[in-house]
Design a protein around this ligand. Structure first.
Ligand code: FAD
Length: 513
């Protein structure tokens, strides 16, 4: 690898690696591992001191906990299969079946069992009436009687729910769930992204609730989410280990600052040889997020930076904003304008470790989602982690509980809460008065540049971006902002992309992206 100032292109002796991956979050690590397994030399550059991105960990009261993602969608079994691939198959677990509750102005009740994103499959069921009352349930039932009018293609989830089932369902059920999962209002969210297949099922079933039931019947039995004993961050450590095992390398605390295509020369003189990329690396300054950055795990000696690395292929896995800058730098033409993208949300996760025997009864199941506009509470959701995950409760002394409260809704400026506010919110949401004196340990981790990637129009922007990137040989982009939020979508896209890159590196044609 060459010094940045040296100016000698490594092309003289061939590239340093086959593939350079920029960003060591889940997307980057999965892409890198698949390529390394196929025998390619891969180097991952990660700006933070630790890989994982939004899958991260912190230590509270002597126990390592997830500080970002804490579960994954079971859709297609993608993440469970990855966990098995990296040796964690026996540690994949389902959460407590009790489920979460919802809080609105005037009440708190369990979320109805038969639903998707809060949309009830059985509008007149007891658990639906408990949240939206008889009036709300009867209005929602009208969905079964109203004809489907296909006047225009429907993408706005909020609009679909309101027209088919009424405001109560939208405000008390769907909005809290969508805000909790996607940090966005249902009216800004593209139904095709957050509930794939729902509108097609509406056409065949003749109603929204019928579509919900049809999709639920198609889904495999059991929980829609799973976790990993010990926390999702173990997946990152396992990916890191496997990557090293297959000869891939990971460099943390280092940022890619610029990219350059250094001509059409390739590893060999085949006419279809790949162009070389020359990438400039610099020591990363302390990141602003997450606020609780753990110490580096790698004992490997740090590589010298600044310097340049050359590669046959580049994978941009850097997360939304940095990725857009890097792609523009890579000379990708016809990218959607920077102003065309929505502002991603900032969220903060406040974690409390508390000693209180009253929480042993799990008063609100696995947690509470809060309807926007609910007075007396500023959190948008609470996860009762020790109620949700039996493995976590088993690791703690009796009556000790872990509570995760999330703050920050899409479109609103995040106000980081004080500890007293977090404790007051936990008390309100759990219906158990807690005091700051009950708190054994706590912290607040802020995540910027996250989550608001399900909005209407996003799919079209991503399609334009993918086409523009596909026109540049040896360049790919992976990550939640392109694949859709969540580990299931991120992992699936990373694996598919890695297969395409591997085919191209072997000189084979690639399926259209
Ligand atoms: C608080 C929170 C909770 C979540 N909970 C869940 C959950 O329970 N289940 C679920 O499925 N999903 C969850 N998600 C979403 C999920 O975590 C993400 O969709 C997924 O982890 C995104 O992975 P990624 O690799 O695309 O991006 P990221 O995780 O953002 O990784 C990008 C990486 O690139 C690095 N980088 C950026 N710029 C550069 C540069 N110039 N040079 C080098 N490196 C760079 C960054 O430091 C980062 O590590 C959650 C997200 C958040 C924020």
């Amino acid at each position: 690898m060459t010094d940045v100032g040296g100016g000698t292109p490594a092309a003289a002796g061939g590239p340093d690696v086959d593939v350079l991956v920029i960003g060591g979050g889940a997307a980057g690590l999965v892409t890198a591992l698949q390529l390394a397994k196929l025998g390619h030399s891969v180097h991952v550059v990660e700006a933070r001191e630790r890989p994982g991105g939004f899958v991260s960990e912190h230590e509270l009261a002597g126990i390592r906990l997830d500080s970002g993602a804490e579960s994954f969608a079971t859709r297609k079994g993608t993440v469970a299969a990855l966990a098995a691939e990296v040796g964690l198959g026996d540690d994949v677990v389902a959460p407590n079946r009790a489920g979460a509750w919802v809080r609105w102005n005037g009440g708190t009740a369990p979320l109805p069992a038969a639903g998707i994103l809060g949309i009830p499959g059985v509008p007149l069921a007891d658990d639906v009436r408990r949240v939206i009352g008889w009036g709300g349930s009867l209005r929602a039932y009208l969905d079964r009687l109203m004809p489907l009018l296909r006047v225009r293609p429907e993408h706005d989830l909020g609009d679909i729910v309101r027209r088919r089932m009424g405001r109560r369902v939208l405000d008390r059920l769907v909005t809290p769930v969508v805000a909790g999962v996607h940090s966005a209002d249902p009216s800004d969210v593209d139904v095709r992204t957050v509930a794939p297949g729902l509108t097609q099922a509406m056409t065949t079933q003749g109603s929204l609730s019928g579509a919900v039931m049809a999709l639920r019947e198609q889904a495999p039995a059991g929980s829609q989410v799973q976790g990993i004993v010990g926390g999702m961050h173990r997946l990152i450590s396992a990916l890191e280990e496997q990557l090293a095992f297959y000869g891939g390398t990971l460099e943390t605390g280092t940022r890619v600052v610029s990219l350059q295509r250094s001509g059409e020369a390739g590893l060999d003189d085949r006419p279809d040889a790949r162009p070389l990329w020359s990438v400039e690396l610099a020591r990363a300054t302390a990141p602003s997020t997450p606020s609780a950055t753990p110490p580096p795990t790698s004992a490997a000696p740090a590589s010298p930076v600044p310097r340049r690395v050359t590669a046959r292929a580049l994978v941009v896995a850097a997360g939304f904003r940095p990725a857009l800058t890097l792609l523009a730098d890579a000379g990708v033409a016809a990218l959607p304008a920077a102003t065309a993208w929505p502002e991603p949300a900032s969220v903060a996760i406040a974690t409390l470790v508390v000693d209180d025997a009253r929480l042993d009864a799990h008063p609100r199941g696995t947690g509470v989602l809060v309807a926007p506009g609910t007075t007396g509470v500023t959190a948008k959701a609470l996860t009762h982690a020790t109620a949700k995950w039996a493995w976590l409760a088993a690791q703690l002394p009796p009556h000790r509980h872990v509570l995760r409260l999330s703050y920050g809704r899409g479109g609103e400026t995040l106000v980081e809460p004080e500890l007293a506010t977090v404790v007051a919110d936990a008390s309100t949401l759990l219906g158990v008065p807690l005091s700051v004196a009950d708190v054994v340990d706590s912290d607040l981790v802020r995540w910027d540049d996250s989550l608001a990637f399900a909005t209407v129009g996003h799919k079209a922007r991503v399609a334009q971006l993918s086409e523009a990137v596909a026109a540049v040989p040896g360049l790919d982009v992976v990550g939640a902002w392109v694949s859709g939020t969540g580990l299931a979508a991120t992992v699936e896209q990373a694996k598919t992309t890695a297969s395409g890159i591997a085919a191209e590196l072997r000189g084979h044609a690639r399926l259209p992206r």
